[in-house]
Write a protein that binds this ligand. Sequence first.
Ligand code: GRF
Length: 178
Amino acid sequence: MIGVLVSGGGTNLQALLDAGLPVVAVATNRRHAPALARASGIPTAAFELSDHPDRAARDAAMADWLEAQGARLVVLAGYMHLLTPAFLDRFPGAVVNVHPSLLPAFPGAHAVEEQLAAGVAESGATVHLVDEGIDSGEVLAQARVPVLPGDTPESLHERIKDVEHRLLPQVVSQLCAR
Ligand code: GRF
């Protein structure tokens, strides 16, 4: 039973749904995230920081809701906010994220631009456990992606996302089978 957190376009959410994985709830920190439109027939809820006294209160409310929907594993699919212990302690060892680099190289929100600026020949996708740090939890799986001459942040990110869309469902399906 999977809860998915989104903030953006939701192509990784789509990949989980297309793989037939048991997504029971989709939560967001951005009420108007386009990803929500992909969750047809699945309960969705928004937990914007401005609606709560602080981050811990927001995260606790989000954990309460996901748990009430039956979520036991939480997948961050383009969720662009750090999670506090108020959330992480509720799903110990069961929160994973997908990130567009070969971690521990290039953590953070601008990984694709930073890899191009650094002139790396190879990028990749990583699925990792989530802790309180920025993309710092244990790596579960990685796949390499070439950087091609003339790549823009957009073209490279698209190539990485194609790989994410295979890697994330694979790892999540293995975690579900545990
Ligand atoms: C992905 O590249 C993911 O690695 C990063 O944010 C992007 C989300 O894309 N954390 P989408 O919302 O799943 O389309």
